[in-house]
Design a protein around this ligand. Sequence first.
Ligand SMILES: [Zn+2]
Length: 694
Amino acid sequence: MMKTLRLGLMTVSAVVLFAGTALADYELNILHINDLHARIEAINKYDSTCSAEETEKNECFGGIARVKTAIDSRRGELQDANVLVLDAGDQFQGSLFYSMFKSGPIADFMNGIGFDAMAIGNHEFDDGPEELLKFIDAAEFPIISGNTIATQDSILSGKYEPYVIKEMGGEKVAVVSVLATDTDETSSPGDKISFEDEVEYLKKAVQEIESQGVDKIVLLSHVGYARDKEIAAAVERIDVIVGGHSHTLLSSTDEKASGPYPTMVKNPAGVEVPIVQAYAYSKYLGDLKVVFNDEGVVTSAEGAPQLLDSAVVPDAGYAAKVEELGKPLQELKQKVVGSSQDTIVGDRNICRVEECSMGNLVADAQLDRVKDQGITISIANSGGLRASIDSGDVTMGEVLTVLPFQNTVATFQLKGSDIVAALENGVSQIEEIAGRFPQVAGLKYSFDRSKPVGERISDAQVKEGDGFAPIDPEKTYGVVTNNYVRGGGDGYKTFATKAINPYDFGPNLEQAVADYLSANSPYEPYTDGRITDVTPADYTPPATAESPAAPAAPAGTTAAPATPAPTAAAPAAPASSEQAPAAAQVPASQAPAAQAPAAPEPASEAPAQQTPAPAAQAPEPAAEPAPAPAADAAAPAAAEGAATTYVIVQGDSLWKIAVQRYGDGAMWAKIAEANGLHNPNLLIVGQEVELPAN
Ligand SMILES: [Zn+2]
């Protein structure tokens, strides 16, 4: 499809529906943003807050100061034209900025930019109608929604209009808005707000607007791209749809786009309706030009989203204000959200091969957040867990270090057989310590790494009441994960292709985990055997081509585990090409982790970091040769006598360690015993082993 689109673009960029330009033609320019999700500060390529280093390297995008520059300069260029500046909703939620300041600064910044209208997005209800009311009161522009119905006694009653009518260039243009009708499930509007079906509402609204002598109608919607297309096909006389909610990149030149910009859909009268959306997180400014004939019918629509990369210089005044406001965010990171009675283990070398307590915390927290929505199964990709948390007070900064990606809680339905297929993906690269290893809640499973990929999972059971029952391949279950995995990240393409009713934009994951810790403080980290490794004890993983030659055991010994730890030496998985489209469709922040190769990254997950550790998101270098043990890892034990801890490095075998430590390779068995190592051949780089006293 994209090939055709690109070809189309080379010839003519406008969708010209009628040839020729009559005198009465009316040109309307629409500059639009959507789903900024509190990205007041600039973002990096993973859509999370840009670090100082990334700023220095000109690797940042967006942020409100760039949005200001882009809109100002486009307005300047369009001086004598008719320009509408629109926001399709979801300014709220998604960054520390929002957690700290809520809507106040957002309204100030938007006032300074100047908007003609903003749609109410579902997340505008995240802090209840009270916060939305504050925002509406502070905004110097209309915030609108037509199918959002407030009861008479709601504090929002009479506080917003269904539509606005602007007069520009001697013509009236209406902007009408609708919001997703499941907002009561995805946010917290309370029981005094309800949502009318968008199509039914719009059919009435269009008539009402036209009866006021307005024949140009722009729908500013927050219902998602798919629903926008349905609305276009179902309702007559809407001229343009400017959408949001699905974070969809539309572009006629970008291969990662979900459709052309604009996407043309025929309405019931056969008139093509242009639909636009501009991704999310302040990364793009949508820029559409439509021409109406004197009957108020759109005759051409053209434009493109403008990428707000480092070439767009952030507005100096805004940038200074953002920096000033950003200072107290450090305080928020210090805020204690709860306490833990023990270390919550998030070590990648553990969480990517077996059940770990951080995995259980995150999987449990995700599930807890959505359990009232009929969700019973939780899957957390271990690659999303970036650090451990030590015992004692837990700060928001620590939670952000574990979960730095600003991912969101994502829910969907899935058949039991597809859940098992997803688990198979999860254990398919365990040799490479890949981030796809599934930490779970509401679910138990066993895996056997000696079996071929795709046949490793057994005994998958789902929680039913107080017990567990075998998963029913035909039954449909409610599942929660993060938006990155739901979109197919970390190889979970089953979720991208088979999910029923996916919703990717719940609360931020780090917030859900912080809330869960608060509610369950003091928190007791635990594992409970929900994941069982049933690999036969005598299984020897095949050595791989890149494994260093096994250090030969001295002749005469038979019991020596001669092969070096194959896991340690496993070559990095090449970035799987199949993951690329998934990452593009759901541009969640962890994209690079999806391609995370086996080699443990050195030192990047030091839990001491207080910032949302952008470094932790750096693409892990593929096939990094023999990484040094993590910075906090003990050096190979040299001490004689007392028991010590040793950290496995690439090429290690128990035999080799025993020779180093005791001068006697046969002592390997004692190490294996002391550490409960069922498979002496399976050592993991970075793994800590106890070396017992001689
Ligand atoms: Zn939304």
